[in-house]
Design a protein around this ligand. Structure first.
Ligand SMILES: *Cc1c(COP(=O)(O)O)cnc(C)c1O
Length: 404
């Protein structure tokens, strides 16, 4: 079937949950995707910060194939599994935290974290159930994670939300302090906000938040689902800020495309959830945790992260050049290989044109173009992407559209 017919089939059989780009991908190699008509695209989205090693990675395929060849993908958490044990051990070693819970997605990781902090609060003091998260944060779509998400437009059709959540503006310590007291059990923070428009939490701010958490016995939960696992140039965004968190949630890149999420805790709260408190049928199954092992092993290679840092510096240089050339770019945001170009108007026309020219980028909020290339991106790939972006910005000037 051709692309057009497939898309009309999709519209017939799927709930209209997503507004999708008119393309059906069938193959990929390195940082390129290929659609069903054979057109190639340079991918600066990576399945939304998921495919950090790009496509058709032979070693990754071998890893999955070995598990498949043995014939057992899943046994449930009624029994132990070697891959999960190995993955948990690696996560603990890399984060220098204490214990791990595996689930299947980001929203589930945050859901588990919300239950964990509420129980922690209950163990400390009856009524210690308040949770503060940040304005414009994104923590997921289930009701609990959505309640933590500080964006009314995501919540409005599904009220009432879970009780006792408050939202403080990012990088504003004074406002945060006003919302916190001894009945607060946790503060949830994305170290770099992704969906909210690529906004970094400052080091100084986070260090003060850490001190505040210590003062009131509050758990600091870092949602590293999008910004974690190498994206910022460090393994975890909080490491860059020289703070420690009590709970970290991970997903997206952790399985390089195989669905997996994780909650990692420090020793303050790693025994809070007891048998019967929480669980997941699929959580941490053979296939998912073998994928995670591959990801964590490769991220642990020092050359790998050195290269990410090197390429990040180059990307940053190219961004500055592009902004200097195009006054419609108002602001550059983000860090590492998680960056945003902020405009005054909706960026959809630019993204659509880039797609036509064979470059995949995605928005973060209506006015920000977000770049999340696979971490294996090279300077040459970046050059190619920026030639396309430059051409597209010459063609689509959001500023001059006003008068038309
Ligand atoms: C994507 C994302 C989530 C939700 O993850 P899903 O796997 O889509 O459920 C939560 N938090 C952040 C920061 C994210 O970027």
């Amino acid at each position: 079937m051709d692309q057009k017919s497939l898309i009309s089939e999709a519209n017939k059989y799927f709930m209209p949950t997503y507004s999708q780009f008119p393309v059906v991908f069938t193959k990929g190699d390195g940082i390129y995707l290929e659609d069903i008509e054979g057109k190639k695209y340079l991918d600066f989205v990576a399945g939304i910060s998921v495919n950090i090693f790009g496509y058709n990675d032979q070693n990754f395929k071998n890893t999955l194939n070995e598990v498949i060849a043995k014939g057992v993908l899943h046994t449930s958490n009624l029994y132990y599994n070697q891959y999960a044990i190995e993955a948990a051990k690696k996560l603990v070693e890399l984060s220098k935290m204490d214990k791990v819970f595996f689930c299947n997605s980001g929203t589930e990781a945050n859901e588990a974290a919300i239950k964990l902090v509420r129980k922690y609060g209950r163990l400390k003091k009856e009524g210690k159930t308040k949770i503060v998260s940040l304005v414009n944060s994104f923590h997921g779509r289930t009701i609990g994670a959505l309640s933590a998400t500080g964006q009314p437009n995501y919540q409005k059709n599904f009220a009432p939300m879970v009780d006792q959540f408050k939202y403080a503006p990012i990088n504003n310590y004074e406002e945060l302090v006003k919302m916190v007291d001894e009945d607060t059990c946790a503060i949830f923070i994305e170290v770099v906000q992704g969906e909210g428009g690529i906004v970094s939490a400052d080091k100084e701010y986070l260090q003060k938040v850490r001190t505040l958490c210590d003062k009131y016995d509050i758990l600091l939960v870092c949602d590293e689902i999008q910004c974690g696992l190498g994206r910022t140039g460090k393994l975890f965004g909080w490491q860059k800020r020289e703070i420690e968190c009590d709970v970290m949630t991970l997903a997206k890149a952790l399985g390089n495309g195989i669905p997996i999420g994780a909650v990692v805790t420090n020793n303050k709260c790693s025994e809070v959830l007891q048998p019967g408190d929480h669980g997941s049928t699929f959580g941490g199954n053979f296939l998912a945790t073998s994928a995670a092992n591959y990801v964590l092993n490769r991220l642990s290679e020092p050359q790998f992260m050195e290269n990410v840092e090197d390429v990040s510096t180059y990307l940053n240089k190219k961004l500055i050049e592009l902004k200097d050339k195009h006054s419609q770019i108002k602001e550059l945001r983000g860090e590492g290989l998680m960056v945003g170009l902020a405009f005054e108007d909706k960026v959809k026309p630019i993204i659509d044109e880039a797609l036509k020219d064979g470059l995949l980028v995605v928005s973060a909020g209506a006015n920000v173009i977000r770049l999340l290339p696979p971490l294996i991106v090279t300077k040459k790939d970046i050059d190619k992407a920026f030639i396309i972006l430059d051409e597209v910005l010459n063609r689509v000037n959001l500023l001059s559209n006003d008068g038309q």
